[in-house]
Design a protein around this ligand. Structure first.
Ligand code: 5GP
Length: 206
């Protein structure tokens, strides 16, 4: 049976807890690899080049696009973001499930290019809870919280394009559910086409 890794796209509202869940997933299970994106935005305090992102100038980023080094890219609030191709291909070949934590425009490009990819949208348990978490962080001004809530309204329009939603209630439970979805998705007929054809061919020969 084919045991290539699964390409998993994870999107979700700011404040939905995507980052926490991804960290938990990677530390709990050893068959996951987190893709590190390239971006033209400036590093935030504490962000490390090559760990959080590969930080590039706009020119360097455009060069990467020209050289076909990215499997998807998008512009988001004035900056480029994109997924380097080489890492993703290598990890998938080695049987790792590769996680791309990207926004919806990139997610739609991946869906088109890799129909076998799994698209997951992380949601808060409720709108009130999302607001509570954004306010609770204490790092954002009321204006920024307002902008992020408006952005969430826009992003929520695209949720039907995803395969699964994961409700982030309790991080540990949520991580288990997400891993279960990813493992289950391995066994759809379209993802096991080679195996099915092999058995079919075998049946004809008996
Ligand atoms: P931030 O600037 O807050 O780190 O990221 C802004 C948005 O860009 C987030 O929604 C994040 O998921 C998304 N993003 C990060 N990397 C990529 C990428 O490689 N491609 C795309 N399309 N979006 C990305």
């Amino acid at each position: 049976m084919v045991q290539k890794g699964i390409l998993v796209v994870v999107s979700g509202f700011a404040g939905a807890g995507k980052g926490t869940i991804m960290k938990q997933l990677v530390s709990e299970y050893d068959n996951y690899a987190l893709s590190v994106s390239a971006t033209s935005r400036n590093p935030r305090p504490g962000e490390v080049d090559g760990v959080n992102y590969f930080f590039k100038s706009r020119e360097e980023f455009e060069e990467m696009i020209k050289n076909d080094e990215l499997i998807e890219h998008a512009e988001y609030v004035g900056n480029y973001y994109g997924t380097p191709k080489a890492f993703v291909e290598k990890q998938l070949q080695e049987g790792k499930n590769v996680i791309l934590e990207i926004e919806i425009q990139g997610a739609m490009q991946i869906k088109k290019k890799f129909p076998e990819a799994l698209l997951v949208f992380i949601m808060p348990p409720s709108a009130a809870e999302l607001k509570r978490r954004l306010v609770g962080r204490g790092t954002e001004t009321p204006e920024v919280i307002d902008m992020r809530m408006k952005r969430a309204i826009q992003e929520s329009e695209g949720i039907e394009n995803y395969d699964f939603i994961v409700v982030n209630d309790v991080v540990e439970d949520c991580t288990k559910r997400l891993n279960g979805m990813i493992e289950a998705s391995r066994y759809t007929p379209s993802r096991q086409a080679d195996f099915i054809n092999e058995v079919r061919a075998g049946l004809r020969e008996i």
